[in-house]
Design a protein around this ligand. Structure first.
Ligand code: ADP
Ligand code: ZN
Length: 741
């Protein structure tokens, strides 16, 4: 008798798999990888995904698949392959990864009802929206603010629910040309809006880059590019032209950006050029919108997607072009569940499809830069700003030389910076002040006993906030009333270390007539108010923007002539091998906000470390010099891009048990390491740099290898060992880790 036909199935739960099931009785016809199933699981049922035929295990009693939910896989084959790669590479259960990539409505273990988004009205902001002056039309401003905050477009119904009076406001906004209303099912052709804001002439660099990319698109083969363009060199226009060309050749395109709310201008430019051809994918979408976009892309009705990291799994049909803007940005790494690097997956997907991938940045990651140096990626350079505008002059302000007042903490702004700010405002120009720390003071230190106020749950100091008054842990969120005196000895407390609140207060005190706004998570959250504030600054309704790295991203504010970095040192000493790289990138990005209009820009960088490589090189606009030194150092210490890493992190409530779990795991891995010649090295166990977080003790092991391939058996062993850690100790694998904290 033949063995019963069996199937290997990934179950849509965060459990290791795959599992073997019998095919449903009487099932005919082939099953395809990724096809959704309903399977008995535990005491209930679960969503499953067909992976392939399986050998029946001897002795086990198998259960049959309860139902085959679809005749064709909902996930397109290339997305299925990408997820299978990601689940294996990043060590995460495949079924759960597949489930998470599906749109709402397809993720339940029930039979699917097809959804038709036909006739749904969408309101979409035009390019003019970012500059609109709506101070005297609050309802319109609110409606537009909402649209910009959610990526430039939303369903009319959603908008009407969210903003009172939106229906009437939309009518007026349409009349002003600030929004368009479109129905979701528009014919798949580039609409009449094409050409709006499209520069007639490309710069020399842009033209060369566009030509290289379009030729590669013609070749329909895997071609990776690194587009390195200084800030303001017009990288976005290259992406737009490449996307136009891809669409015109019948291909689909996917553009990944770090954060939608921070890139309304980029999204707006794609919108105004491609209209309803663009699906904007971000975390703020309603379930219906998400599903609508997903199905429109899957069916090829919409062929261009712009989205955040998770959009790397978007089902763009006939995908021929992938773009990763600001490819160095840490937000492309997901730090929970499936811990993937979206930029890396974009390259994997392009290779698999024989597609073109463009990684763009003013400050490429060392990984991408090294790939270009070795000839794996073709380097495209935009060495000059559009219209030959000069890069801003950068001047270091050495804080060590400041006169010291005893007792009180010195002002956050050095005299030189405060002066420059006054001058800028007197000329009617705008300024950005950047400090990557929220709150008023970073520590409260007792003047008598020297103790600083720290979190009871985490190994960090509490930050003082004044709006509203509280001391707060920035890691676990714990908040307490502001203490009057030291808890330990009752001595007076000194407020040390500046945050954005203090800088804002200083600016206000120094320039009382200036219109100052703060841009950080406390003041704007991440959505609507953030984008509205950026738009208000772009319209010239604000003079000074004080903020965290939110102000550093790719904004294009022509009125800004002064950028002041209040402290270049905040990230310099982090125990992370990328600390210097991140500092260089952030300083270059924020400096790049100055002088993008008619007037020349000026940048002041306050620092206690003027000789530190990333600070000095960023001031000199010397990317090549910085990278040369940094690569030397990385090579000497065998860090990426000269090695591959995997971190194993353990955390548990019991410090002793967590430590012994870490040591036991290290011993076990030590024994499974390949011979020394393979170059695999195990570092640790050691307490993690943040050794206590949310009441849990944290330990870390780090694996290094010349190639990822040789790490695999060690990671297999680690994966097998994690379930037998001591009770209460949890372990996770982080392959190609981002931040090391
Ligand atoms: P980057 O992303 O490289 O910092 P952007 O793409 O924001 O630069 O471009 C900077 C500015 O130059 C934008 O306002 C853009 O509209 C404008 N721009 C881009 N290309 C051209 C061009 N060929 N001619 C005129 N203006 C351009
Ligand atoms: Zn805490």
């Amino acid at each position: 008798m033949d063995a019963p036909p069996c199937a290997s199935v990934a179950v849509g739960r965060p459990v290791a798999g795959p599992f073997t099931y019998l095919l449903p009785a009487g099932h005919k016809g082939p099953l395809l990888p990724g096809q959704r199933l309903l399977v008995p699981f535990g005491r209930g049922r679960a969503l499953g995904f067909y992976l392939g035929p399986a050998e029946p295990p001897s002795g086990a009693v198998l259960k049959p698949i309860a139902q085959v939910l679809e005749t064709e896989p909902a996930l397109p084959p290339d997305v299925f392959r990408l997820l299978a790669f990601a689940a294996a590479h990043y060590r995460y259960p495949l079924g759960e990864a597949l489930r998470a990539a599906l749109p709402p409505g397809l993720t339940q273990a029930v039979e699917d009802r097809p959804v038709t988004p036909a006739g749904v009205k969408r309101v979409v902001a035009t390019e003019a929206a970012a500059q609109a002056a709506l101070a005297r039309a609050p309802a319109q401003a609110a409606a537009l603010g909402y649209l910009l905050a959610v990526g430039g477009g939303a369903e009319l119904d959603e908008l009407v629910r969210a903003v009172p009076g939106a229906r009437e406001a939309v009518r007026r906004l349409v009349a002003r040309g600030l929004v368009q209303v479109e129905t979701l099912e528009v014919p798949p052709l580039i609409r009449a809006g094409l050409g709006q804001g499209r520069p007639a002439r490309l710069t020399e660099g842009q033209a060369a880059a566009v030509q290289a990319v379009t030729e590669a698109l013609d070749a329909s083969a895997f071609r990776p590019f690194l587009l390195q363009g200084v800030t303001g060199s017009g990288k976005t226009e290259v992406y737009l032209r490449a996307a136009e060309y891809a669409l015109a050749s019948g291909k689909g395109a996917l553009v990944l950006v770090p954060e939608i709310a921070l890139t309304p201008q980029l999204v707006g430019r794609f919108r105004s050029r491609f209209g309803a051809q663009v699906a904007v994918l971000h975390s703020g979408l309603s379930d219906r919108e998400r599903r609508g976009h997903w199905q429109a892309l899957r069916a090829g009705r919409v062929r261009l997607a712009v989205g955040v990291r998770s959009a790397v799994f978007a089902p763009v049909a006939r995908l021929g072009l992938l773009v990763v803007d600001e490819e160095h940005d840490p937000s492309f790494k997901q730090d929970e569940k499936l811990r993937y690097q979206a930029r890396d997956l974009a390259v994997v997907r392009a290779r698999d499809l024989g597609a073109v991938v463009v990684l763009g940045s003013a400050t490429p990651s060392l990984e991408s830069y090294e790939n270009a140096r070795r000839g794996r990626y073709q380097l495209l350079e935009l060495p000059a700003r559009v219209d030959d505008r000069p890069l801003p002059t950068v001047q270091l302000v050495d804080l060590r030389r400041r006169p010291r007042a005893s007792g009180e903490a010195p002002p956050a702004l050095a005299e030189e910076s405060a002066q420059a700010l006054s001058e800028t405002l007197a000329r009617g120009q705008q300024a950005i002040l950047f400090l990557n720390r929220r709150g008023h003071s970073t520590t409260l230190v007792c003047q008598a006993c020297g103790q600083s106020l720290s979190c009871a749950q985490c190994d960090v100091a509490l930050t003082l906030h004044l709006y509203p008054p509280a001391v707060q842990c920035h890691y676990c969120g714990a908040t307490h009333a502001v203490p009057e005196v030291c808890r330990a000895c009752g001595g007076p407390l000194l407020r040390l270390g500046s945050g954005t609140e203090r800088v804002e207060a200083e600016v206000q005190a120094r320039c009382p007539t200036a219109r100052v706004a703060r841009l950080d998570r406390d003041s704007v959250g991440t959505g609507e108010r953030l984008t509205e504030r950026l738009a208000a600054f772009a319209r010239g309704e604000l003079d000074v923007l004080v903020g965290t790295q939110m102000v550093a991203k790719g904004h294009d504010f022509p009125g800004v002539t002064l950028v002041c970095v209040v402290s270049a040192d905040t990230g310099l000493l982090l125990p992370d091998f990328r600390a210097a790289e991140r500092t260089f990138q952030l300083l270059t990005q924020v400096a790049g906000r100055a002088g993008r209009g008619q007037d020349v820009g000026r940048v002041l960088v306050q620092t206690y470390n003027p000789e530190a490589e990333p600070v000095a090189r960023a001031a000199a606009h010397d990317f090549v010099g910085f990278v040369a030194r940094e690569l030397e150092w990385r090579r000497a210490l065998a860090y990426p891009p000269f090695s591959r890493l995997a971190a194993i992190r353990l955390e548990g409530a019991d410090p002793g048990r967590t430590a012994s779990g870490a040591r036991a795991l290290a011993n076990l891995l030590e024994r499974s390491l390949p011979p020394a010649a393979s170059g695999v090295r195990l570092l640790g166990p050691a307490p993690a740099p943040l050794s206590r977080l949310k009441g849990l003790t944290r330990w870390q092991l780090l694996l290094k290898a010349p190639q990822h391939r040789v790490l695999r058996p060690v990671l297999d062993a680690a994966e097998r060992a994690l379930p037998s850690l001591p009770p209460g100790v949890r372990g996770i694998l982080d392959v190609d880790p981002g931040a090391m904290l």
